[in-house]
Ligand binder design. Structure first.
Ligand code: HEC
Length: 134
């Protein structure tokens, strides 16, 4: 008789605890999802608008691309700076024909690396739009 009561009590007591645990789990999961969404959000330097073939510029795309994929060899004082020195907007604009040829036509650059299809598309669009700075 006593044993039966105990079992019943245990059953009643564990239900609110289960609900509470599930609520906490749901809150934690939601918080993680929100945090990831923020981390994957647009680059603060790129502004709010996504970069497309119609708005691509030096400041929203080309500068960061060249820094990431070319400056290891073409920054001032680097190994290949005699061929082309990457030192800001005019150093790119003034050499856009050479860059176009090396990266998009004969595809000899970047040595030891590669551009994604999206990067190639945007770089091509940027050069065709006459290399706008902004
Ligand atoms: C690992 C080093 C390295 C990287 C990374 C690299 N280059 Fe080069 N680049 C060279 C060397 C070495 C040369 C000279 C030899 C040659 O022309 O093939 C050169 C030459 C060039 C030239 C001159 C070509 C000519 O016609 O005279 C241009 C323009 C150029 N690179 C652009 C780029 C661009 C743009 C990137 C990035 C997308 C890049 N390079 C990445 C090493 C590199």
């Amino acid at each position: 008789m006593l044993k039966k009561q105990e079992t019943a009590n245990t059953g009643r007591a564990s239900r609110p605890f289960l609900v509470l645990s599930m609520t906490i789990a749901a809150i934690v999961l939601t918080a993680c999802t929100k945090k990831q969404a923020q981390e994957l959000g647009p680059d603060p330097d790129g502004g709010d608008e996504p970069v497309t073939v119609t708005n691509v510029s030096y400041n929203n795309f080309a500068k960061a691309l060249l820094e990431a994929k070319c400056s290891s060899c073409h920054a001032p004082g680097r190994g290949a700076s005699a061929k082309w020195t990457f030192s800001g907007y005019s150093s790119v604009k003034d050499n856009s024909a050479k860059i176009n040829n090396a990266v998009l036509v004969i595809k000899s650059m970047p040595i030891g690396g590669s551009l994604t299809a999206k990067e190639i598309e945007l770089l091509d669009a940027w050069i065709k739009r006459n290399t706008p700075e902004n």
